[in-house]
Design a protein around this ligand. Structure first.
Ligand code: PBG
Length: 326
């Protein structure tokens, strides 16, 4: 591996000039690597700030023209929609998830009508933005019901796909949901709709600001440890991914991002499939607060994003997508 030794060999030689560093760089970052998450809120002409996520906003559907227009101009290939559901619309079963007139459905309609297929739309499949207890599934006596939840998720996925969602992204971590969703999509003539499975999703403290953004934080009863993965585990992620590929996932996600670069690499090395990283809300806010307090430089954003590419990710879901200059 090592082909010489000092003083003949000097690795600093290739680092001397910018052009030379560029020539030998092993990874790169462009807008085509990024997926932009967007929070939606009811109302008109609204751009509402989110306390726990500086510089990230909740937009009313009519405001999407500007946000999406900018994303397309930059060359961002896809956005991910997340709703802030009004507390009055939340219930035990997350019924609003199946309302064809809910925020996400109206968001999809709006974007597709205005921008056609100039940008992809990805939607979470999970019940947490809609349930009164903040869990991703049905709650019965402190237990999240798996199969009953999957039945609802399947309907949620078909609804979103019928509205025009291009990429269905189940983030709920129920067992067997990818297979059920794939066959339901196919049965409904939606065989061209892709599935990006949040196959490896850890039960993490880094989701805090997101839960605030979708309004589930105060509602959440207990934690999500009975369905999301234990962060002590690594091999288990390979089992999750293998199962999801078999069930029909086109792409997989590892989430959170930076504390799990080892998992991204492991998944990519073991399965040569598209792997995405989610740089989650807590990671975003940590970096953003560090920048705002002048503890770290703005270039830390690019460094954090490149780390995902170096680890083997094909792309990154990041709240920085529309903020950085590349
Ligand atoms: C919900 C969902 C979560 C995130 C994306 N989809 C939170 C959770 O599982 O509690 C987190 C994203 C982020 O923190 O940025 N299923």
């Amino acid at each position: 591996m090592i082909t010489g030794k000092y003083p003949n060999l000097r690795l600093r030689r290739s680092r001397k000039y910018a052009w030379s560093r560029k020539l030998v760089q092993e990874s790169s970052l462009s807008y085509s690597d990024l997926i932009l998450p967007i929070f939606l809120i009811e109302g008109k002409n609204k751009k509402e700030s989110i306390k726990s996520m500086p510089n990230v906003f909740r937009y009313s559907v009519d405001k999407l023209s500007i946000v999406i227009g900018k994303a397309i101009k930059k060359g961002i290939p896809m956005v991910a929609l997340f709703p802030y559901t009004s507390p009055t619309k939340k219930d035990e079963k997350g019924s609003e998830a199946l309302n064809p007139d809910n925020l996400v459905c109206r968001g999809i309609n709006f974007i597709k009508k205005k921008f056609k297929n100039k940008i992809g739309i990805m939607c979470d499949v999970a019940l947490d933005p809609y349930t009164s207890h903040g869990h991703d599934g049905l709650l019965k006596k402190n237990n999240i019901l798996n199969d009953k939840t999957v039945e609802i998720l399947t309907k949620q996925a078909v609804l979103q796909a019928k509205m025009g969602c291009d990429v269905i992204a189940p983030s709920d971590m129920m067992d067997g949901r990818i297979g059920k969703i794939r066959s339901a999509l196919d049965k409904n003539n939606l065989n061209e709709v892709q599935i990006l499975s949040y196959a490896v999703k850890f039960s993490s403290s880094f989701y805090g600001p997101f839960r605030d953004a979708v309004g589930s934080k105060k509602l959440l009863k207990g934690d999500k440890k009975t369905y999301q993965m234990d962060f002590r585990n690594s091999d288990e992620s390979l089992r999750e991914v293998a199962i999801d590929i078999k069930e029909g996932a086109d792409m997989v996600m590892v989430k959170p991002g930076m504390p799990y670069l080892d998992i991204i690499k492991k998944v990519k090395d073991n399965f040569k499939i598209p792997v995405f990283a989610y740089q989650v809300s807590g990671e975003y806010s940590l970096i953003m607060n560090g920048i705002n307090k002048k503890l770290i430089d703005k270039s830390s954003i690019k460094e954090s994003l490149i780390s995902f590419k170096r680890a083997g990710a094909n792309g990154i879901v990041t709240y920085f997508a529309d903020q950085i200059d590349l």
